[in-house]
Design a protein around this ligand. Structure first.
Ligand SMILES: C[S@@+](CC[C@H](N)C(=O)[O-])C[C@H]1O[C@@H](n2cnc3c(N)ncnc32)[C@H](O)[C@@H]1O
Length: 267
């Protein structure tokens, strides 16, 4: 892995260029060429990697730990299982699953971004999480694993950054063993109107300011707020998972739908 974080930070964000025939997608509220989105997402995570964990605690008031605890409780992961922590970033899930699966199991922390992987690997080594963990730089859309490999795939706050979400869901389905389950933890649509108003104000006015002060990068946190609004809401994501092949797909709204945990099985 190269030391890309500082290099990327020094470069100005590029405005996307695309001709009208090129396929487009969303990068937050911007419409960009599909080929550009991955680079733009990469810039965001190269920029925030060093302070990602601190910002997670700050911005969610520590509540992301409760969402993650609930997700683990729904995972069905046991000793000896093989788990893929996809878009795993700094490895919160890898650390927890590593302890659960034990010596006879394995956890793979996969992420497209080498800065996030580097921070994750360092953190997990400092926590003494070694032995049954492996690190792979991979794109969720084209997972470099054989069919039927994992008992559980978890993608936490990652799917909304992926350019082709349907392709990624199909790829996750392929690498799961029959009987395995996919967990998608992601920001979603709040189900209470008054909460939505406060949440919108917080997301678009306060969150980028905290990003500006702590990471010197308000833009990345504006993208975070925008990407949450553009992400498919609960029932649409459920439908997408079903279309990718998953069965018994269901979701739990957490913190009144600010976040949702979707779960689906491969039979
Ligand atoms: C918000 S972080 C989530 C990290 C961690 N899963 C967590 O819950 O704290 C999103 C992660 O998704 C990764 N990511 C974005 N697009 C990806 C892709 N196409 N394939 C794999 N990882 C991707 C980013 O590099 C980043 O590390």
């Amino acid at each position: 892995m190269t030391n890309q974080t500082n290099l990327e930070q020094d470069q100005p964000r590029q405005q996307p260029q695309f001709d009208s025939n090129e396929e487009t997608t969303h990068f937050g509220f911007k419409t960009v060429a599909k080929s550009e989105k991955q680079k733009m997402v990469a810039n965001v995570f190269h920029s925030v990697a060093g302070k990602y964990d601190l910002m997670n605690d700050l911005l969610s008031f520590g509540i992301h730990r409760v969402w993650k605890r609930f997700t683990i409780d729904c995972s069905g992961v046991r000793k000896g299982h093989k788990v893929l922590d996809l878009a795993g970033g700094t490895g919160d899930f890898t650390a927890k699953f590593s302890r659960i699966v034990g010596d006879t199991g394995e956890v793979i922390l996969a992420d497209i971004n080498d800065s996030m992987l580097r921070v994750g690997r360092e953190k997990l080594r400092n926590l003494g999480v070694v032995g049954n963990v492996n690190y792979v730089q991979a794109n969720a859309e084209a997972l470099p694993f054989p069919d039927n490999t994992f008992d559980c795939v978890i993608i936490s706050f990652g799917l909304r950054n992926v350019t082709d979400k349907d392709k990624a869901l199909r790829s996750m389905f392929r690498v799961l063993k029959p009987g395995g389950r996919l967990l998608v933890l992601e920001f979603s649509k709040p189900i209470l109107d008054p909460l939505s108003k406060i949440y919108n104000f917080y997301s678009f006015n306060i969150l980028p300011k905290i990003g500006e002060v702590v990471v010197n990068d308000g833009e990345s946190y504006r993208y975070l707020a925008e990407s949450i609004r553009m992400h498919p809401e609960q029932d649409i994501l459920k439908q997408m998972m079903t279309e990718a092949g998953f069965e018994q797909v269901n979701y739990y709204n957490l913190s009144a739908g600010i976040v949702a945990l979707h779960r689906g099985y491969k039979f």
